[in-house]
Design a protein around this ligand. Structure first.
Ligand SMILES: [Zn+2]
Ligand SMILES: [Zn+2]
Length: 182
């Protein structure tokens, strides 16, 4: 059948066949309007669908790795409303979905930073600067560049790790990234 077939995690395909719990897929427009959160493996979603609310293209998979966008948690025999919001990041590769806000992307950098094996003083230093970047509505470019340079100089391998690079590409301007060498 024609249509989009988002890629499910292999173990989730097996779980769905066995009637066990797993995450269904979601279809979400580029601006973040949810069309459905209840797609099963093997059920295609119409290609080139447009959002009835805003007209944007509807996506069913991560733009980076092709994994399905995580939808509702299906549990057999359980009827209940799952209030979890649409995911802002791919649960496979960590890339930001198009509707993730700048604030959410910087929060994600802070979450990754929390997991990083590094000197505590450096961690606090970088957290402070990320917070300023997150809260500063209109930072002038000079200050923004200064903050990223300080982050780079204290961050060790944090700044060059793959998930951080992917997010940085979407929150740091190309000009500043060139200057930073990231
Ligand atoms: Zn929309
Ligand atoms: Zn992905």
């Amino acid at each position: 059948m024609e249509g989009l077939h988002p890629r499910f995690p292999v173990e989730d395909i097996a779980r769905s066949h066995n009637g066990q719990s797993y995450y269904q897929a979601a279809a979400v427009c580029r601006r973040g309007h949810i069309e459905t959160r209840y797609l099963d493996p093997g059920r295609p979603y119409p290609a080139d669908s447009k959002c009835p609310t805003c007209g944007a293209l509807v996506l069913v998979a991560c733009g980076s790795c092709g994994l399905r966008i995580r939808g509702d948690y299906f549990a057999p025999g359980v009827i209940g409303f799952d209030p979890s919001p649409r995911p802002s990041f791919c649960d496979g590769c960590g890339a930001a979905h198009p509707w993730a806000t700048r604030e959410e992307r910087i929060y994600e950098l802070e979450n990754i930073l929390d997991e990083e094996d590094m000197d505590e003083a450096d961690r606090v230093f970088i957290h402070d600067r990320l917070r300023e970047l997150r809260e500063g509505e209109v930072l002038d470019e000079k200050r923004e560049r200064q903050l990223w340079v300080q982050i780079r100089d204290r961050s060790g391998k944090f700044i060059s790790s793959e998930p951080v690079k992917k997010i940085a590409e979407t929150v740091v301007s190309a000009a500043i990234r060139n200057q930073l060498g990231i």
